[in-house]
Design a protein around this ligand. Structure first.
Ligand code: PLP
Length: 392
């Protein structure tokens, strides 16, 4: 590939130049079916006409003014996100990592308000929160932290989904918050066990901790709910991070607050030059509108179920197939061995998939798939996995 790019990625040998719906085309005109959506970003598919129209119109009207002035599209998007989530206020940045940086800062301010000297945040094993320094320290993956020590202090790590482990650390008086993903994405597509989020909520209330959910991957309809925490009734977090699917490809991150997390920031306490500019906020507001208009939240749940069931049936009896799990269109297929090779094999078959946590094939297809495209993804995945096992 290019001599001019720092080699931070292991890239596949393909360069895409065009997209439409769930399809991409490379430079030679070869078509691919996209079951990754730019890592859970392009939920409405590529070149969605309503989103493209919003981009063009806003680019011709106003792209950027900075947060030194009021931004009507930002206010409109904030109001819409609040209505959909039950959260109250929002800070806009440009990525998931930045949304989490804001969340971590809020937790520290909550600690200061409680007169705690060295505030600590409980984080999960196998979590992923981003690559900026605080988000990296919160992340539960030693391999990607290696070399960047000393990491930011103030994190206590517990096993994901284990409420007893969380209760055990509750005697640490310096703890101010818990940060968790409703479904761990990079960590292997692991949904929280039923009742876990409600139990975390109850413990946070009891201990005066902020409950902070990282919905960067799970948010904005991906899991068959507007937000992943909504899989459990009566749970409302204090802080929620969003990014990825919110912009359908434009860089936007959002840190939302409710209740006691809402009055922690004041003028001058946090900021971003680009965050929430008119272009990205109009794009994101249009994304929400299209999801609602086209019933894509329920569609994600239904399509996710049908893809997962079809793959489960198609791989049944294959030695080495462990399980299919996930929520909505966030689907993981656990195999018995490192499966990175499958990405290249699928690419050769005109299918984009991802492999995470070593042995988990991850599918994050767009929410706008037709039933037959969903079946096609499932069938190609089954074929690629079966062929690979047959050849090994
Ligand atoms: N949080 C979660 C749960 C993620 O999955 C990711 C990215 O994969 C991030 C945070 C980081 O987001 P970004 O790459 O936009 O900084």
């Amino acid at each position: 590939m290019s001599d001019f790019l720092l080699p931070t990625y292991n890239r596949q040998p393909v360069r895409f130049v065009r997209g439409e719906g769930p399809y991409l085309w490379d430079e030679a005109g070869v078509q691919y079916l996209d079951a990754v959506s730019g890592i859970a970003v392009t939920g409405l598919g590529h070149a969605h006409p309503d989103i493209a129209e919003a981009h063009c119109d806003q680019a011709k009207t106003l792209i950027h003014t900075s947060n030194l002035y009021g931004i009507p599209w930002q206010e409109r998007l904030g109001e819409r996100l609040a209505a959909l989530s039950g959260m109250e206020k929002v800070f806009f940045g440009n990525s998931g990592s930045e949304a989490n940086e804001a969340a971590i800062k809020l937790a520290r301010l909550h600690g200061r308000r409680r007169e705690i000297d060295s505030p600590k945040i409980v984080v999960m094993e196998h979590s992923f929160h981003g690559r900026t320094m605080a988000a990296l320290a919160a992340t539960g993956n030693a391999a990607i932290q290696k070399g960047f020590e000393p990491l930011l202090d103030g994190f206590v790590r517990v096993p994901y989904g284990d409420i007893a482990a969380l209760e055990q650390v509750a005697n640490d008086s310096q703890i101010v918050a818990v940060l968790l993903e409703p479904v761990q994405g990079e960590g292997g597509v692991r949904p929280a066990p039923t009742g876990y989020l409600a139990a975390v909520r109850a413990l946070c209330d009891q201990q005066d901790w902020l409950m902070m959910v990282d919905e960067v991957q799970t948010g904005v309809a991906r899991t068959g709910r507007w937000f992943g925490f909504q899989h459990e009734a009566e749970v409302l977090p204090d802080v929620m991070s969003l990014a990825k699917g919110l912009g359908n490809g434009v860089p936007i991150g959002a840190c939302l607050t409710a209740g006691r997390a809402t009055d922690l920031f004041g003028p001058g306490s946090h900021g971003s030059t680009f965050g929430g500019n008119p272009l990205v906020c109009r794009a994101a507001a249009t994304v929400l509108e299209v999801i609602e208009r086209d019933g894509l939240v329920m569609r994600a749940e239904k399509l996710g179920q049908s893809i997962a069931d079809r793959i489960r049936d198609g791989l049944a009896g294959l030695d080495g197939f462990r399980e299919v799990r996930g929520r909505g269109l966030m689907i993981g297929i656990e195999l018995d061995r490192p499966a990175g090779e499958l990405v290249g094999r699928a690419l050769e078959q005109g299918l984009l998939i991802n492999v995470t946590a070593g042995s988990v094939v991850r599918l994050l297809p767009p929410l706008i798939l037709s039933e037959s495209q969903a079946d096609l993804i499932a069938d190609r995945v089954i074929g690629v996995i079966r062929d690979w096992y047959a050849a090994n």
